[in-house]
Design a protein around this ligand. Structure first.
Ligand code: FES
Ligand SMILES: [Fe+2]
Length: 392
């Protein structure tokens, strides 16, 4: 059989040495995916599970996932939140399948065990016939470490996960700015949810940095294109871009240019990638936080969570919704190319011996810690960390 002809030397998992050339199989191999769940999703990463504004009142809860594990996130007291595995400690039944709700306790639909919203077990019908050493207190729900940073509730399975400050490092300021500086209370405006037909790392490699390159709307509307600086930091290669924007000048392309107005002088924009699987973008008056989870090696579910501020008046709140719905999400004028390009990468990476190659920007920034917005160098601190963490 002829060997494949490639100007670059073939690279497979077995001889992967350069973290800037990622073998295709890293994105497709089911064994790699299982190892990622263990070492990354259930490893030392803080992962966003809710925004405070999604569960603003004591007693509110949200269900979400880290990796493939279903979770319940509860608001249990003044600035106090709990994250628990959404699986009954008796026989493993999912306790609730509501996305958002309010409850002081959860009753398992199978045998009626009852848990409070901190995960303690209080009712176990028929207990008199259970094994002699049975104690309810041994059967609380599995808890995750939980913290709140910049109005986001974060959780981790791993006791070794560092503090949020160390975890985010130099990527923290852009993320804080995306969320109104961290103090101005956010308000939930709504969701768009989409499943991309791609590996979760394809979504993270290809979204965020590419707006001025991929999105025709960015050029048609003369949005800012590529002048921001990607700053990478923390543990795991997060990055953020924080840049100013200019007010849109009506170039006649849109019938109603008011949809892309930047009101209230909010002329900053930020893009953030938080590892392993989260993005947050503020552009014009649209603020969104993108929770995500892997659905096996070939699919990724993303929740575009749209935000405003509690002190917004009705006009700006409506403007944020209209702008977000028109520009972003599955059918947004800006985002419409996203699912196409993610899926086209996924389709093509079944070939053996090939690599995804990160090249642009490495001339000036060999370590990828500081590069231009549309550069590929900014992804390489992540891949360096990933390769070591995965033992590949
Ligand atoms: S599985 Fe939940 S009470 Fe039995
Ligand atoms: Fe995009």
């Amino acid at each position: 059989m002829n060997s494949p002809i490639s100007p670059l030397s073939p690279v497979d998992l077995q001889n992967w040495s350069d973290h800037t050339r990622v073998p295709f199989s890293v994105y497709t191999d089911p064994d790699i995916y299982r190892l990622e769940l263990e070492r990354i999703f259930y490893g030392p990463f803080w992962q966003p599970v809710a925004l405070v504004c999604e569960i603003p009142e004591i007693g509110d809860y949200k269900t979400f996932f880290i990796g493939e594990t279903p979770l319940i996130v509860t608001h249990t007291g003044e600035n106090e939140f709990h994250t628990m595995v959404n699986a009954c400690s008796h026989r493993g039944v999912e306790l609730t399948n509501e996305f958002l709700g309010k409850a002081n306790d959860f009753t398992c639909p199978y045998h009626g065990w009852v848990f409070d919203n901190k995960g303690e077990c209080h009712v176990t019908p028929g207990e008199e016939r259970f094994r002699a050493d049975f104690k309810k207190s041994d059967f609380g729900l599995t808890q995750l470490r939980t913290t709140v940073w910049s109005q986001v509730v974060w959780a981790t399975f791993d006791p070794a996960t560092p503090s949020m400050e160390e975890f985010l490092g130099d990527a923290a300021p852009a993320l804080r700015n995306a969320l109104g500086g961290g103090e101005r209370p956010l308000k939930l405006l709504g969701y768009q949810k989409i499943v991309f037909n791609c590996n979760w790392k394809i979504y993270m490699d290809n979204d965020g940095y590419h707006a001025g390159l991929l999105h025709t709307a960015f050029r048609l509307l003369d949005f800012q294109g590529g002048q921001g600086i990607q700053i990478s930091g923390g543990t795991g290669g997060h990055w953020g871009i924080d840049y100013g924007t200019k007010p849109y000048e009506d170039n006649g392309y849109l019938n109603d240019a008011s949809v892309v107005e930047t009101r209230n002088n909010e002329l900053t924009a930020t893009v953030n990638l938080i590892r392993p699987l989260c993005q947050s973008v503020k552009h014009l008056n649209s603020i969104n936080f993108r929770f995500a989870r892997p659905l096996g090696p070939g699919k990724t579910e993303v929740h575009y969570t749209y935000l405003g501020f509690v002190d917004d008046d009705d006009d700006i709140a409506e403007h944020r919704i209209r702008q977000s719905a028109n520009l972003l999400g599955p059918s947004g004028f800006v985002s419409i190319e996203d699912s196409a390009v993610f899926e086209r990468v996924q389709k093509a990476i079944t070939a053996p011996h090939n690599t995804v190659n990160f090249v642009k920007g490495l001339a000036e920034s060999p370590d990828g810690k500081r590069c231009m917005q549309n550069d590929e160098a900014g992804s390489t601190p992540w891949w360096n960390d990933y390769k070591q963490r995965m033992g590949l």
